[in-house]
Design a binder for this molecule. Structure first.
Ligand SMILES: NC(=O)c1ccc[n+]([C@@H]2O[C@H](COP(=O)([O-])OP(=O)(O)OC[C@H]3O[C@@H](n4cnc5c(N)ncnc54)[C@H](O)[C@@H]3O)[C@@H](O)[C@H]2O)c1
Length: 340
């Protein structure tokens, strides 16, 4: 089977590619990635020479380029991880979010309709549900929770979800959607909370925390997310949404304190900064449906996953050091520049 993975040079997409190639030796992976600032081809170095792997540097909004890839590769399954994914950036400039997250998704689904696939899986987020109040710990997002977005990022993801459901209903495209909570683990770009705090801690730099750091997120180890997507795209029902999360709620401030503690750095590095506009207070997923229908449960406890993640960043300083210095952007030219 050929699986086309978009956004595979990013955080979750790369972890997913490693998971698939290891878990399903009979399958081929075709990765399509534009290599934006968030895409790092060196992350995929371990698989670039694998005969079961193929990489295309292509924008998912480029209809002609995408159609050519479909014609050439004939994927049976398409999994769309490609997205502009950073909420702060969406507040600074929404347009690229609309372009990639909405138009890009529609181009991919048009290609799926034109060439025929067994499944188009859209990787979405719990942020489409908006937020929950801090004083109602009994409330969780289910698949029936109405969409109520807060940021341009979550609005663009919600629009893509609605389009995907419309393609299912109107054209009969075999679509599924998964909405996951916050991920953490290896290869996360060091602008997101956990890697940012690790990198700053190690450099004895201030640790910027929004507001009072009381916002609650439901953290899931990235490999558990990959396992869930793998199950949904292969065995989940078409036309269905599956929530993915691990009942692992943590306040941002407690995560930052824990990182200080693990790295033996003083909490005095923490600096409170002006809160993000429209900042969601609490996300919490009810994963009953994916557990009941597909027998998925998270396997990595947060207390283990966070220690593994910190250890990974300690052991892989060159990976994020190149990102922080900007050097990672020349990797593609070094790898492919002479081959064109
Ligand atoms: N990170 C999380 O905690 C989280 C949680 C739930 C859902 N998600 C969703 O999972 C997906 C992956 O998230 P991530 O954290 O790995 O993101 P990321 O920002 O690390 O990676 C995104 C990847 O998409 C690529 N990309 C961006 N625009 C593109 C375009 N126009 N064409 C082709 N490639 C393009 C980038 O180069 C990058 O490699 C996203 O759809 C995101 O909404 C993320």
């Amino acid at each position: 089977m050929t699986i086309l993975v978009t956004g595979g040079a990013g955080f979750i997409g790369s972890n997913f590619i490693f998971y698939e190639l290891q878990r399903h030796p009979e399958d081929r992976i075709v990765c399509v990635d534009k290599l934006t600032y968030a895409g790092n081809l060196s992350t995929l170095a371990p698989v670039l020479e694998d005969p079961r792997f193929r990489f295309y540097r292509t924008d998912i909004c480029d209809r002609k380029g995408i159609y050519e890839i479909f014609e050439q590769e004939k994927p049976e399954i398409v999994v769309n991880f490609a997205a502009e994914s950073h909420v702060d950036r969406s507040i600074e400039g929404p347009e690229i979010f609309l372009q990639t997250n909405i138009i890009g998704t529609s181009v991919l689904m048009d290609a799926c309709r034109t060439f025929g696939v067994e499944r188009f899986h859209q990787v979405s987020t719990d942020e489409v549900y908006g937020d929950l109040p801090l004083d109602r710990p009994d409330l969780f997002f289910t698949e029936e929770t109405p969409i109520r977005t807060s940021s341009p990022y979550s609005s663009s993801k919600a629009a893509a979800d609605l389009l995907a459901m419309a393609y299912f209903r109107t054209y009969g495209l075999p679509v599924s959607i998964s909405r996951c909570s916050n991920n953490y683990g290896p290869y996360q770009f060091p602008e997101k909370l956990i890697p940012l705090m690790i990198a700053n801690c190690l450099a004895d730099k201030p640790l910027p925390v929004y507001g009072q750091g009381l916002n609650v997120r439901d953290w899931l180890y990235v490999e558990d997310h990959c396992k869930a997507v793998d199950l949904v795209m292969r065995r989940g029902s078409v036309g269905q949404v599956y929530n993915i999360g691990g009942h692992n709620e943590m306040r941002n401030i407690d995560i930052v304190r824990l990182i200080c503690h693990e790295l033996h750095k003083p909490e005095s590095l923490i600096t409170y900064v002006k809160d993000r506009k429209g900042h969601d207070m609490r996300y919490a997923i009810d994963p009953t449906k994916i557990h009941r229908d597909l027998d998925w449960l998270p396997e990595t406890k947060f207390s283990d996953g966070i220690v593994q993640t910190i250890r990974w960043y300690l052991d892989n300083k060159p990976w994020w050091g190149e990102i922080v210095s900007g050097e990672y952007q020349s990797y593609y030219e070094r790898m492919y520049g002479n081959r064109a």
